[in-house]
Write a protein of this length. Structure first.
Length: 127
């Protein structure tokens, strides 16, 4: 007899790195730059936490009183097992964010890290 089994793994802490669409002066970045750093962020968070995903995340930012409409901003997100897991990788993430911020001419890079009710659902497999 074949049985199908799914597992739900709690992933109670999320980490996200927004990949900007505009530079600090409001000029659109080249698509190749944005895609390169999106790929690098996916790889970096995967190395830290085992996986990552990217989503289009348009947003509005205010820099020095100037509103920047980041229509093409991308958010790269990963989930981890605990705040401690994030803190253990924070220096590595900080170095990545600094490199990206300099390369994409940013004033700052906002790294998001917060508790959540997220989970990873491993799909059914036959046993």
């Amino acid at each position: 007899m074949t049985r199908r089994v799914s597992r739900v793994l709690e992933k109670p802490y999320l980490v996200g790195i927004p990949i900007p669409y505009l530079d600090r002066n409001g000029r659109k970045l080249r698509a190749s730059q944005v895609n390169r750093w999106k790929g690098m962020a996916l790889r970096e968070l995967t190395r830290c936490f085992g996986g990552a995903t990217s989503i289009l995340a348009p947003g509005d930012n205010i820099v020095d009183g100037k509103i920047l409409y980041e229509r093409g901003q991308i958010l790269v997100v990963s989930a981890c097992d605990s705040r401690q897991a994030f803190v253990a990788n924070r220096d590595r993430i900080q170095l990545f964010a600094e490199r990206m911020g300099k390369a994409l001419r940013q004033y700052a890079v906002f790294v998001l890290a917060f508790p959540s009710d997220s989970c990873l659902i491993e799909l059914e497999t036959e046993i």
